[in-house]
Design a protein around this ligand. Sequence first.
Ligand code: PLP
Length: 394
Amino acid sequence: MVSNRQLFFDNLAQTSGFPLGLEIERASGCWLYSPEGKSYLDLIAGVSVSNIGHNNPSVISAIKAQVDTHLHLMVYGEFIQKPQVRLAEMLCRLLPDDLNSVFYTNSGSEAVEGAIKLSRRYTGRHEIISFTNAYHGSTLGALSVTGNETQKRAFRPLIPSVRHIDFNCVSSLSEISHDTACVIVEPVQGEAGIILPEDGFMHKLRKKCDEQGALLIFDEIQTGFGRTGRLFAMDLFEVVPDIVVFAKSLGGGLPLGAFISSKEIMTSLSNNPDLGHITTFGGHPVSSAAGLASLKYIIEKDIVSNTEQKGLLFKRLIDHQFVIGVRGVGLLMAVELEEGSIVKRLIKKCIEKGLLTDWFLFNEKCFRISPPLIISEKEIEFACNIILESLNEI
Ligand code: PLP
């Protein structure tokens, strides 16, 4: 019989010439298992998806219950479906007051597309500002606001009227003007290698947007739901955006995205034209049921409160001559090495030893630490020992 590995390379479209190519048969908590029974401790969490670990029993039983009830019924926005409305209610209750209207999508890129359209429709303006080295997704609109030319060049022309300014550069905020529909920003830049805003930067950005009447969009796709040691990264700075975008961990392991704004702003998408934004599968009932169970678990088990401590433990234990620093917040971290050339070798070594870590799209000197938030101290020690051992061996 042809192996699954062979089929992966023969029949699955590849995203690069160097996929991790690991075959995983099952997963539980912070661990992934190969068909041969090899175990891997997961420091990637599907890139900030599996915040409460793999196959959390509450999520699995919510999925099973929903599967027994109904699957897709109708395009988004027409029928009242319990998992969708209950999850939306909970999100709105946990978010600041003005973020009280949820539009579901299937993915992060789609949620970014929706947020961009909403800001253009609401303001009647066309210009969009985003940041150098930001990652917002791979569809044409989301790629247009992504701030890395290597990633974009081959696909031009992208959507017009997009400009990029430098993250943490206060003087560049003067580019935001009365023509600006929105500014989209990751409150902590992910694929740039976990770059935090400097003190006051987010407040200054908020103020400038207010002065110019531009909407502020937070892309919390990677930072959402406890990853930064706060339920939402916006809580780190106490800055409230006009629109927030979620995906990744929102669905508790199933595909789900959302852009969330005020009722007043959101209403502009449902008239002139009617159906200004529509989706067939956005807010799929099974994904919404999984998302609701996951969010309830995060709140009820207070998953967020230990995240900061766990991040600090990683920072303390990863002490090595090749390491320039461990940067980040909560369990969203980048380990910066002296030389980019060792990052890929290190990742390979760690995988051989049963530890999964990953590189960043726009920062070749760093590797990623973003495990499930339920990781234990013992597992952190296990991970750090493998990292140090691997650094010694390369
Ligand atoms: N925005 C951020 C900050 C992301 O990290 C990602 C994915 O990595 C996206 C948007 C795109 O999300 P998706 O891959 O679900 O389209």
